[in-house]
Design a protein around this ligand. Sequence first.
Ligand code: GLP
Length: 247
Amino acid sequence: MRVHILADAAATAERAADIVEGAIRSTPHPGIGLATGSTMVGVYRSLARRCREGTLSFSEATVYLLDEYIGLDADHPQTYRNVITRSFTELVDLRNDAVFAPDCQAPDLDGEARRYDRLVRAAGIDIQLLGIGGNGHIAFNEPGTPFDAKTNVVSLSEATRRDNARFFDSLDDVPGNAITQGIGTILQAKQILLVAQGSHKSRPVRDALEGPVSTETPASAVQLHPNVAVVLDREAASLLSNLRPES
Ligand code: GLP
């Protein structure tokens, strides 16, 4: 595991974008796994800027979302599909047919989860972006999720719904369910890039990187993966005991 500790959130976004750019350049048809959340906003902004400036192209890439809420209308601004469209995919030169997400309008949601799992595994993800939830979740895999879980329909914990309530008018509007890639699916990616910023992420970051590998901290599953980059700002890294120099 390579841990990069940077001065601030802006620097983490640039470093994370550098790592994504490296992965894109190393393969002719990159598969990129996208995470949703505030953490990724700066990363996507940096990647979009590189594309606008003509130094990086996504024209040969295909992207796969990690997860999607169940119960929102397809045109709701907070579906992850719509968030990713606004913050990333419409800002770069991806082909229109190169963006995939779980379809939570499907009549058979369990069947849709199985279909999406097969799609992602068959595609092969070259680099998977991951944020981390306040309770250590990755994608929408809550504490207690087995590490071999496939893409499935999940219930969101109260903690996760509260964390994400800032994107909705009220807590009651936050969906209670989602389809998420399972931890087993995520671990199939060739490379994982975990990004965290801010002191509110310091505890889950410490538990994920230095705590025991335990389903109580879903993000600790990254310790089982052979090719992981972690990009943190100083605040998110502040509880790590193996203090590493900035790099
Ligand atoms: C949501 C997403 C996760 C994301 C997490 C953290 O729960 N499903 O993929 O990592 O939020 O979000 P943020 O980056 O906004 O802190």
